[in-house]
Design a protein around this ligand. Sequence first.
Ligand code: CAA
Length: 258
Amino acid sequence: MHFNYLKFEKRGKIGILTLNRPEALNALNKDVFKELSCFLEDRETIQSIRVLVVTGEGKAFVAGADIKAMQEYSPQMAYDFSEIGKVVFDQIANLEIPVIAAINGFALGGGLELALSCDIRVASEKARLGLPEVNLGLIPGFNGTQRLPRLVGAGNAMYLMMLGEGVTAAEAYQLGVVQKLAPPESVLEISLELAEKMASKSPNALRLIKLMVREGLELSSEDAGKMESKEFGRLFKEDQKERKEGIDAFLEKRKPNW
Ligand code: CAA
């Protein structure tokens, strides 16, 4: 598949997806979203990898939605743009494999929202992260007002959205936006190390962990607990080969073969 704004590379069981529009700091416009959606719908590619790492070309991860393109938007166009972004970011959040954001530089506005749709975030110590929409008379439009408070609590989310200044990677780490910091030249390498570790775990367990966390956040803790017990029970069905292999391998003192 040919893309203008994306690059994709496979390293063994890991896929690396690079936003590739460096002249605009990888800003998100409709074409970028179309390509992202196309990539995420390609089942053959997704099923051929165990972990996806998302990163940006050049000095930015993604500097947000394309401000130039938004200049002429009507309310309907803005609504549609917001919906397109949400659909694509939900596609990422709902992938059955872990997705790591390797934040190589600026992750602002829609760029941070993209990173928030990934499962974990590794950031360059030099990166700046934030939601600066308030400076443009806007609000985050790709689910940032919802994903961020679910990740770091309402107070921290309001702090980032209302100040709109962005924070250093170190502060983002303290707030819980970022799970790991890396020297600028090693962001991808450290993200790939984490990806390799995850790729050695049970794919089915990874899929379920993701599902339980994401769906559970939308349920009462009682209902979420029931959902977990149901899935835990289901893992012990006869046809659940990964559970059998994992437990057998432990007892036989060998590595599991998923
Ligand atoms: N949209 C479109 N173009 C962008 C862009 C964006 N979000 N961010 C940067 N660019 C472009 C610049 O216009 C510039 O293009 P030209 O060379 O044609 O002038 C090029 O990328 C390089 O950017 P800068 O010269 O500004 O680079 P810098 O290093 O001086 O500054 C920056 C970097 C601080 C990230 C600055 O570019 C910036 O503030 N960008 C905008 C960040 C922002 O406000 N993002 C939120 C967008 S709104 C949003 O995302 C809404 C939503 O949720 C739906």
